[in-house]
Design a protein around this ligand. Structure first.
Ligand SMILES: Cc1ncc(COP(=O)(O)O)c(C=O)c1O
Length: 493
């Protein structure tokens, strides 16, 4: 029997729940094969006694492992490490990446395929659909302002007003090391951290460093449009693989690897954009194994790690990457508000060094005062408190929105209830078109926005993302009513 008593360590000072501390440690044991597939886990009573915790902690931990797909429960027999988990292969790779900085000369300039982002007009009578953003009214703006003020009133503030480091503020890098190691099971030091201005900068830097002309990057079918555009802009070639309810198809990726050398896989490990599905535990391991076997990078865009309503977040691929295959990207822009351009790129030291040089070309440094503010905001536990608070609210909004969408508009829309995130991937009944709806919607003061962007691959899936998190209860009812009126008008035409 595995010695859980001596192997599991609880940190009772840290604010992560005990059942999560336990499930994360068991996941690590499964991933490093200390607990092999089919291993029977002790009964909840036995383990509770061994670890000196309440039995409910063990039950909650096993439920969590079950939901994330790490274990299976066999009636009358007990809980077992999932039988079909692939083994995570360990092998050392040279993780140095050669960067290719391009020079543009002459007076021609590029025309980019993506649309410029303009702020929507601020007409309060109009409802604007969005693809999943936080509700600005819930942003802890007072706490952030107070912290900013405190940072500015410190004696040493003057040290931060001059030119700083292209890696970002040192204090925030230190705080992120602790925070990400605790919450995401990473094993990083400051050398692995570059502060960015949001996830998009991380995607761009990775793309610049990784891709030369015609290098292949594997993305989902369909995928986050801004990432596609960023890779294409670097003249990489997109290869699309299927996305089902468990995320990117690792079988399709393996088949691709057998045919040609791929340079990277781009994956949104939680709530794939746009379909909202989460990459399951088994595929995370398979993808890591493939990356090691076929020498490709994984750009892990974990932009939406925090908002999970059915189970705790699944530890990132980066948490078990000993070889530097994974470039892990995240930010507070979804969690707190998009206006705070604070993000991070976590990778091997070599990669971070190059990325840091490169960011200096476009942005000499970040905003040190804001970075210090967020260092304090994270360290004091304010960020976690904020996440806990809004998560409850967003879950209620998701439940209400999905219920009404089904009950009131079920003839027109089909969807799966998203397990996390801020949007529903909504399929319109094929007898209707978004084109017509977006025109009629204006009569009802509803702005559908740029719906075409969800189908640049021309798959004709007739789906768009509808964000629910920005609307309070009253607004959700209002939104559903406006849709009902729109369909009534279209039907009577
Ligand atoms: C999949 C995905 N990645 C990255 C981002 C960009 O996030 P940020 O605001 O941190 O740049 C978004 C924004 O919607 C997103 O949907």
């Amino acid at each position: 029997m595995f010695p859980f008593k001596t192997s599991i360590k609880f940190d009772r000072e840290c604010n992560q729940a005990l059942y999560l501390q336990l499930s994360n440690q068991i996941i690590q044991l499964i991933k490093n094969q200390t607990l092999a597939p089919n291993t029977k886990l002790p009964g909840s009573r036995t383990l509770a006694e061994q670890l000196d915790v309440h039995r409910k902690t063990i039950v909650a931990c096993y439920d969590e492992l079950l939901l994330q797909g790490w274990v299976e429960s066999i009636p009358k027999k007990g809980t077992f490490v999932h039988s079909s988990l692939p083994v995570l292969e360990q092998q050392k790779l040279d993780n140095a990446v050669v960067s290719d900085l391009k020079n543009n000369t002459g007076f021609s300039f590029y025309k980019y395929p993506i649309l410029p982002k303009k702020a929507p007009k601020k007409d309060r009578t109009i409802m604007y659909l969005n693809d999943g953003v936080s509700d600005g009214r819930l942003t802890p703006i007072d706490e952030i302002a107070r912290t900013y003020r405190r940072v500015c009133s410190k004696k040493n503030v003057f040290d931060h007003l001059s030119y700083g480091s292209t890696y970002g503020n040192d204090t925030l890098r230190d705080v992120l090391v602790d925070y990400l190691n605790t919450t995401r099971g990473l094993h990083i030091t400051k050398d692995n951290v570059l502060i960015t201005r949001g996830s998009q900068m991380g995607i761009w830097l990775s793309s610049q460093l990784l891709f030369q002309k015609d290098d292949i990057v594997v993305v989902g079918n369909t995928n986050y449009g801004a990432a596609d555009a960023t890779f294409l802009n670097q003249h990489a070639k997109l290869e699309r693989v299927m996305v089902d309810e468990h995320g990117l198809s690792t079988r399709d990726i393996e088949n691709l690897c057998k045919r040609q050398q791929i340079k990277a896989v781009y994956v949104t490990s939680h709530h794939h954009h746009p379909t909202t599905v989460t990459l399951c535990a088994e595929r995370r391991i398979r993808l890591l194994n493939l990356a090691k076997q076929y020498n490709f990078a994984i750009i892990e865009d974990d932009y939406d790690y925090d908002f999970n309503y059915n189970h705790a977040p699944i530890l990132p691929l980066a948490s078990h990457d000993n070889n530097g295959n994974v470039v892990y990207i995240g930010s507070v822009c979804k969690t707190v508000a998009p206006v705070f351009r604070i993000g991070y790129l976590i990778a091997s030291r070599d990669f971070v060094d190059e990325a840091s040089k490169l960011r200096g070309y476009v942005d000499r440094q970040g905003d040190a005062l804001l970075e210090l503010t967020f260092a304090d905001f994270i360290k004091s536990g304010d960020l976690d408190r904020h996440i806990r608070k809004v998560m409850k609210i967003y879950k209620q909004r998701r439940d209400l929105f999905c219920k009404l969408l089904k009950d009131e508009l079920g003839d027109f829309f089909a969807f799966e209830i998203p397990k996390g995130g801020m949007a529903v991937w909504t399929k319109l009944n094929p007898n209707y078109s978004w084109e017509t709806i977006s025109v009629v919607a204006r009569n009802y003061k509803l702005e559908i926005g740029d719906w075409q962007r969800y189908d640049i691959e021309k798959l004709n899936h007739n789906c768009i993302r509808i964000g629910f998190a920005t609307y309070n209860e009253e607004e959700i009812y209002e939104l559903i009513n406006r849709f009902k009126e729109i369909f009534n008008e279209i039907k009577t035409k």
